[in-house]
Design a protein around this ligand. Structure first.
Ligand code: GLY
Ligand code: MN
Ligand code: MN
Length: 347
């Protein structure tokens, strides 16, 4: 569906697109016909798009469109078609008057999405400004005695008030020992003295996702908490410095990992350094470790690529720290889209 949105400008929750060199055919059902009709004549209308409404089932309609198009080979998105549907489609198309071969493809539309155009960058910059505003508000409202869930609810409400369509993912508020869980779910636990609290939230602004994390201390931070925060901040700074046009996304990850290794915390950082942002909150380019032999998307960063830098360090029983910002690759380096203090706040 994010690829359908990218190709057609239609944010609808059920559709198939058939693209040939000459035609773009949208297959959708009754629920969205009026939505599509309303875009006709609008400046954001997808030009020359043909529409077919579903008769019977999506797959039967797709098979009919393909059979009427005198195609011999059709690439399909292997990451988005179930084995069951592929079995039915390939069987049906093999029995067609002119048999059609289905060929798996991966990342075709995603590769185009990785590099944002000026319109997309405008939205992501505005999203970055607004999520930073939300963060400043949240940092001013964190109080001991608040439950993780109540704080998460408040963050979600601020996200919507700031003009986002919705949170980009389930907001994370992870306090004390829960901060050692990179993807903790907010619980009834109440924030207490000397907790580290990881606050990780994002918003969808006119279909584009932004994502931000800060970690705060409730009351004075312990020496250990300061050390962990300083190491993660250094990893964040070194990764941002390593990002730029022509640079390797694996080297950006390595810069963050090296900083944590230098601090003796290599084992505490077990996830990727970042992920692309766009119509999806996790998309290409992935800022991860190089894994020899694993087929991956393009390695080299290009101007217009937007992604997070979010190193962390996690210690079961103690807690953890993550700091996350969003950057765009420019012609000469990388520029932050988010801007909130990275000091370890003692609230
Ligand atoms: N919690 C989602 C992310 O930061 O990627
Ligand atoms: Mn996040
Ligand atoms: Mn993220």
């Amino acid at each position: 569906l994010p690829n359908v949105l990218y190709l057609t400008n239609l944010a609808i929750s059920a559709a198939i697109v058939v693209a040939t060199r000459e035609r773009l055919v949208l297959i959708t059902d009754f629920r969205y016909l009026t939505t599509v009709a309303r875009t006709r004549g609008q400046p954001f209308e997808c030009p020359d798009m043909e529409m077919t409404s579903v008769q019977g089932s999506y797959d039967a309609t797709l098979a009919a469109v393909l059979e009427s198009g005198s195609m011999a080979r059709v690439g399909f998105e292997a990451a988005h078609l179930t084995v069951a549907r592929h079995g039915w489609l390939s069987g049906t198309l093999a029995r067609a008057a002119t048999p059609i071969d289905l060929v798996p493809t991966e990342g075709v539309v995603e590769a185009g999405r990785a590099r944002k155009d000026a319109y997309e960058l405008e939205l992501l910059r505005e999203g970055g400004r607004r999520i930073s505003e939300v963060a400043r508000e949240v940092l001013g409202e964190v109080r001991r005695g608040q439950s993780e869930r109540d704080l998460a609810l408040r963050i979600d409400s601020l996200i919507r008030q700031a003009g986002f369509e919705r949170p980009a993912f389930d907001t994370i508020v992870a306090s004390g020992p829960n901060a050692a869980l990179p993807h903790a779910r907010p619980s009834e636990r109440k924030l207490r003295e000397s907790d580290l609290v990881v606050l990780d939230f994002g918003g969808v602004y006119d279909s584009y996702c932004v994502d931000l994390t800060r970690t705060v201390s409730i009351g004075p931070a312990s020496a250990r908490a300061r050390d962990v925060h300083a190491a993660v901040l250094s990893a964040r700074d070194r990764a941002i410095a390593a990002a730029g046009p022509g640079r390797s996304r694996f080297d950006v990850d390595a810069a963050a990992r090296d900083a944590l290794r230098d601090a003796g915390m290599a084992e505490a950082f077990g996830h990727g350094t970042g992920h692309g942002l766009g119509l999806e909150v996790h998309e290409d380019p992935r800022i991860v470790e190089r894994r020899p032999g694993v087929a991956t998307a393009a390695e080299t960063l290009e101007p217009g690529m937007v992604f997070t830098i979010e190193p962390g360090a996690y210690f079961p029983g103690f807690g953890g720290v993550r700091i996350e910002d969003d950057v765009v690759v420019t012609e000469s380096g990388a520029e932050l889209l988010t801007g909130v203090t990275t000091d370890l706040l003692e609230l």
